[in-house]
Design a protein around this ligand. Sequence first.
Ligand code: OAD
Length: 233
Amino acid sequence: MKKLVVLTGAGVSAESGIQTFRDSDGLWEGHDVMQVASPEGWQKNPALVLDFYNQRRKNLLSVKPNKAHKTLAALEAHFEVVIITQNIDNLHELGGSTNVLHLHGELLKIRGVEHPNHIYDSDPQNPDILLGDLCPNGSQLRPHIVWFGEAVPMIEPAIEVVETADLFMVVGTSLVVYPAAGLVEYTPKNTPKFIIDKSVPYVSPQQNLYFYEGKATEMLPQVAEELISKYKN
Ligand code: OAD
């Protein structure tokens, strides 16, 4: 089976009802992104940050994977699919994808501020994190999310995956946040690259680059058919 690597961003979950970042003037669900997604914001007002992610976690219960997530999952019948997502939701997994690498963390995971390598599932019965809630090692719990200015530990495994892609797809990301945006540059030269977006982002000119402008739920099924007919072994 050929290896299909897919980099996704907020646009893939937009039609499930989760707001994208840059379509909303720097506000994220009504908040200044730097207040709720940076170490400085956390230092200043940890209760606000916890509350913000508690709300996002609750919101996840009311959203469902859309046709784009499901189409990517169905491609596993034809390709070895690896999804690298910048999204912190779990919609790829709920849509049926079995190999998902989360670059920017996961809403349903938690860790202690001083023990970043010990990551836990949040409790489905009692998912909120409050000030004073401690990890088993004794430090304040926080969401397992990469904030602005923090390291992106999953970028190394992501690069390794991209370097071995037979086919590469990008869906619903503005490609402005690094290091994620730089992944495109690691694809082998001859690997066909398919960029799907409502408003296609800039990608430096290179061989085998194909753009599909439109909504993920509409374009992905078309591109999937094309991949199956042209590239399946
Ligand atoms: P952005 O909000 O920057 O970009 C969303 C992209 O999705 C844009 O290119 C839109 O045109 C596109 N889009 C919107 N609706 C769409 C639809 N229905 N179908 C297809 N495309 C659609 O989101 P990301 O690129 O994911 O990081 O943002 C990257 C990172 O910036 C996020 O992971 C987050 C944020 O700050 C962290 O939290 C660390």
